[in-house]
Ligand binder design. Structure first.
Ligand code: ATP
Ligand code: MG
Length: 435
C-alpha cells in the first residue's frame, strides 16, 4: 500500500455529517441578507499581495505573519491567499465602477486563509460571510447592519450572543491620542510584556486590548481615545446608540474594543459569546471610510462586518434541536428483468413532485436492498419487482410503520398502487406528514 496523504494542518474537511448545518446557515443567511437588499459578490481567492499590504496595513497581525503569500513561479506575480475579503471586495468595486450609479450593498461568503496556530475556533482555512455597504456616511447603515445580524442570530437560534460597540474616531483624533499613548507606554516600559513592547511604536492601540492580567491596571489608566474625540465623532457615536436603543437592540460600549485592522474609523463592533472558550467573537465589523480611496478609488464611505462561520456553526451544533431533514424521503428498489427502467421512471416522477429520492444502484436481493432503504432514513420504500412490473404497479412500504401487523403478514405496512398514481400518492402522504 502507498503511504497516506493527510490534509494540511489547520485546514479541515467538511464531512457529510456536518453538511446540513452548514446548508442551514447559508440558506438562512442568504434569506436575511436579501431581506435587507444586499446582493452577492464573488471575488477570487487569490489577490495581488500588494492589495492586503496596502489595504490592511503593514503592522497588522495578518500582514506581519499570517498571510499565505508566494510568488507564482510561472510569471513572477506576488500573490496571497485572501486572509479576509473586504480588501478584495473594495478592489472589485473600484475595478468595475460599482459605485457609479450610487450606493450599494454587497455580501460575500467563502474561505479565508491565515497562518495562525490552529486550535478550537481558529483554523488556517476558515469561512466568513460578510457584508459591505458603500456610499452611506451615517450611523443609519450601521444600525441596519447590526439589526440584520441580530435577526440572523435569532433565526439561527443562537443562544446568548451580545453586542459590543466602540468608536475609533477619525484619523487625526487617533493620531493625537496615539502620540500621548506612546508617551504613556514608554513611561511605563518596565511594566510592559514582550508583545506589548514590540507594539509600542507599531500598534499601541492594540496593547489596550491585552489579555495579560498583570497589565490590566496599566491599561486601565492609559489615555482614553474617547477623550480625544471631537464633536462630530461623538455625535456620530451617540446617534448610533440612540438608533439602536429605539430599535430595541441591547449593547455594551467597550472602550477597549479596537479590532485588528488599520482601515477602521468611527464605529466598530463585535458580537461575542461565552460559549466558545477563548475564541468567543463570532462577528466583527465597523466603518472604514478611508479604504476605497486608499485602494485607488474615488473616496466613498463604507461600513461592513464579517462573520466567522466556523464558530457560528459550532454554536448552532451546541444548540441543535436534533431535528434534521433525513437525506432521503423515498428509496426505490427494483429486481428482475426490465424493472430498473420502470424504477428509474418512477423515481423521476417522484422527484418531479419535489421529493428526495434514492434509486438503488447495482444488483442485490430485495432483502439487501431493503437494508439500504432502512439505513437511508427514507420514510417509504417503493418496490418494483417482476410481479409489480407485469401489473404496472409498485409496492409502497412504510419503513417507519408502527401499527399492528395482521396475521397474513405485512398488509398494514405495504400496499400496491398503479404506477401512474405512485407519485401523487406519496406526495399526498408527505404533505399529510408535514401538516
Ligand atoms: P480574532 O481576534 O479571533 O483573531 P480577528 O479580529 O482576527 O479575530 P476578523 O479579521 O475580524 O477576526 O474576522 C472576523 C471573524 O472571523 C472573527 O470574529 C472570527 O469569528 C472569524 N475568524 C477570524 N480568524 C479566524 C480563524 N483563524 N479561524 C476561524 N475563524 C476566524
Ligand atoms: Mg486574528
Amino acid at each position: 500500500m502507498s503511504s497516506k496523504i493527510a490534509a494540511v494542518r489547520g485546514m479541515n474537511d467538511l464531512l457529510p455529517a456536518q453538511a446540513q448545518v452548514w446548508e442551514t446557515f447559508e440558506a438562512c443567511a442568504v434569506r436575511v441578507l436579501r431581506g435587507y437588499g444586499y446582493v452577492q459578490i464573488r471575488t477570487p481567492i487569490l489577490e495581488p499581495t500588494a492589495l492586503f499590504r496596502r489595504g490592511l496595513g503593514e503592522v497588522t497581525d495578518i500582514v506581519e505573519r499570517e498571510m499565505y503569500s508566494f510568488v507564482d513561479s510561472l510569471n513572477g506575480e506576488a500573490l496571497t491567499l485572501r486572509p479576509e475579503n473586504t480588501a478584495g471586495v473594495v478592489r472589485a468595486v473600484i475595478e468595475h465602477s460599482l459605485l457609479y450609479d450610487g450606493p450599494c450593498r454587497l455580501w460575500y461568503m467563502g474561505p479565508m486563509f491565515r497562518h495562525e496556530r490552529p486550535q478550537r475556533g481558529r483554523y488556517r482555512q476558515f469561512y466568513q460571510l460578510g457584508a459591505e455597504a458603500f456610499g452611506f456616511p451615517g450611523p443609519d447603515v450601521e444600525c441596519e447592519q447590526i439589526l440584520m445580524l441580530k435577526r440572523l442570530w435569532h433565526e439561527l437560534g443562537l443562544p446568548a450572543v451580545r453586542l459590543e460597540l466602540n468608536t475609533l474616531g477619525q484619523p487625526p483624533e487617533r493620531a493625537r491620542h496615539r502620540t500621548d499613548l506612546i508617551r504613556y507606554l514608554e513611561g511605563h516600559h518596565d511594566q510592559l510584556d514582550e508583545s506589548a513592547r514590540r507594539r509600542v511604536h507599531s500598534n499601541p492601540l492594540r496593547i489596550l486590548d491585552t489579555k495579560n492580567p498583570s497589565m490590566q491596571e496599566l491599561v486601565a489608566a492609559a489615555p482614553r481615545l474617547l477623550d480625544y474625540l471631537g464633536e462630530a465623532s461623538l455625535a456620530h457615536f451617540e446617534d448610533l446608540q440612540q438608533l439602536l436603543r429605539s430599535a430595541g437592540v441591547d449593547f455594551r460600549v467597550n472602550p477597549r474594543l479596537v479590532r485588528g485592522l488599520d482601515y477602521y474609523n468611527l464605529t466598530v463592533f463585535e458580537w461575542v459569546t461565552d460559549r466558545l472558550g477563548a475564541q468567543g467573537t463570532i462577528c466583527g465589523g465597523g466603518r472604514y471610510d478611508g479604504l476605497v480611496e486608499l485602494l485607488g478609488g474615488k473616496p466613498a464611505p463604507a461600513c461592513g462586518f464579517s462573520i466567522g462561520i466556523d464558530r457560528v456553526i459550532e454554536l448552532m451544533r451546541d444548540n441543535a434541536s436534533g431535528a434534521s431533514d433525513p437525506l432521503c424521503q423515498v428509496y426505490v428498489l427494483h429486481q428482475g428483468a426490465g424493472t430498473y427502467e420502470i424504477a428509474l421512471q418512477a423515481a423521476e416522477r417522484l422527484r418531479d413532485c419535489g421529493l428526495r429520492v434514492i434509486l438503488h444502484c447495482g444488483e442485490g436481493s430485495l432483502k439487501s436492498q431493503m437494508k439500504r432503504a432502512d439505513a437511508s432514513g427514507a420514510r417509504f420504500g417503493v418496490i418494483v419487482g417482476e410481479q409489480e412490473a407485469a401489473q404496472s404497479t409498485a409496492a409502497i412500504k412504510d419503513l417507519r410503520f408502527t401499527g399492528a401487523t395482521s396475521a397474513d403478514g405485512d398488509t398494514g405496512r405495504q400496499r400496491a398502487v398503479p404506477l401512474e398514481q405512485l407519485a401523487p400518492t406519496l406526495a399526498r402522504e408527505f404533505a399529510q406528514l408535514a401538516g
